[in-house]
Design a protein around this ligand. Structure first.
Ligand SMILES: C[S@@+](CC[C@H](N)C(=O)[O-])C[C@H]1O[C@@H](n2cnc3c(N)ncnc32)[C@H](O)[C@@H]1O
Length: 292
């Protein structure tokens, strides 16, 4: 029975994959939103790199770069919080290269990690029932040998993030939160307090540790998120509701669609600017006709 279900699911995924939009030469000009174009980009990168490519990173980074493109911002920063072995950071590098080529927006990739695995959980909010000190330790030499362009900032985020925020970085557009611990996630939140010229008006966020297990509103990443929202009325993290309907069809059942959030920088001077997400073809035709 289970085998049957698995076969059916795989067949469904295969059909969705085969029906996915084809690369280059496609015309997205009549679409009513930017989703088909951005999803085609996600599919292209997935096709190029196979299973190792994290579609949720490509999706969030592509949306961030597209917002930057519409706001005439030439470069953004994409951040992974918690790097461990580095497969995620490498997936980010690949996504960055493809996005730069397609959207013409530069993407700097930055990874933060202690370098020596998890610090000790401090109290029950850090889920000590799940995590232990030293979990996910990194082989720094092996990782550096694989990296092509990403910056690796090693040390506790409690120290490395305040330091990073004093440097000359491009506006933050995408953050993957994967530090596991509540205390570490709280320490990373100042990234979302960045000044207007260092952050996009909306930041695509991915929270890895929020589904299943013993994750709840009162521990881990969800608690860090809730407390941030309670203390930052002008900077609000919200789920991207129904995200599963807005990613490429074959990922519609993937659990990561429930891990996609958006940090709304409500005090950003460009928050209200047109972001290109909903397209207005008739308006564009009218403008062109009037111009003639
Ligand atoms: C689950 S792992 C990250 C996995 C990685 N994102 C991936 O997809 O392969 C969590 C990482 O968070 C890092 N971490 C947790 N708390 C930290 C802190 N306070 N400062 C720096 N790194 C921390 C640990 O070193 C660990 O490597």
């Amino acid at each position: 029975m289970n085998l049957k279900r698995a076969l059916r699911r795989n067949l469904h995924a295969l059909i969705a994959w085969a029906n996915a939009p084809e690369p280059p030469g496609r015309d997205f000009s009549r679409d009513l939103s930017a989703y088909p174009m951005l999803n085609a980009l996600v599919e292209d990168v997935a096709r190029m790199h196979g299973k190792a490519q994290r579609a949720y990173y490509t999706w969030g980074m592509a949306h961030a770069a597209y917002l930057a493109q519409n706001l005439n911002i030439p470069r953004i920063t994409a951040i992974e919080l918690g790097v461990a072995g580095g497969n995620g950071l490498i997936a980010m590098e690949r996504a960055a290269a493809a996005i730069e080529q397609t959207l013409g927006v530069g993407v700097d990739v930055v990874g933060f990690d202690s370098g020596v695995g998890l610090p000790p959980p401090q109290d029950i909010r850090d889920l000590p029932n799940l995590w232990a000190q030293g979990d996910f330790a990194m082989d720094e030499g092996a990782l550096r040998a694989r990296l092509q362009r990403a910056q690796l900032r090693l040390g506790l985020v409690e120290e490395t993030i305040p330091k990073f925020l004093t440097t000359d970085y491009a506006p933050i557009g995408f953050i993957s939160f994967d530090l596991d611990l509540y205390s570490a996630t709280v320490a990373a939140m100042p990234l979302l307090e960045a000044p207007h010229d260092r952050v996009l008006p909306r930041v695509q966020c991915y929270f890895d540790d929020i589904l299943g297990f013993t994750f709840a509103d009162f521990n881990g990443e969800r608690l860090a998120m809730r407390e941030f929202n309670e203390t930052h009325p002008q900077r609000q993290i919200s789920p991207i509701y129904g995200a599963r309907f807005y990613v490429p069809a074959r990922f519609g059942n993937a659990n990561w669609t429930e891990k996609l959030f958006m940090a709304h920088i409500l005090d950003h001077p460009h928050y209200k600017d047109y972001d290109g997400l909903v397209r207005h073809p008739q308006l564009e035709i009218d403008q062109m006709t009037n111009r003639r």
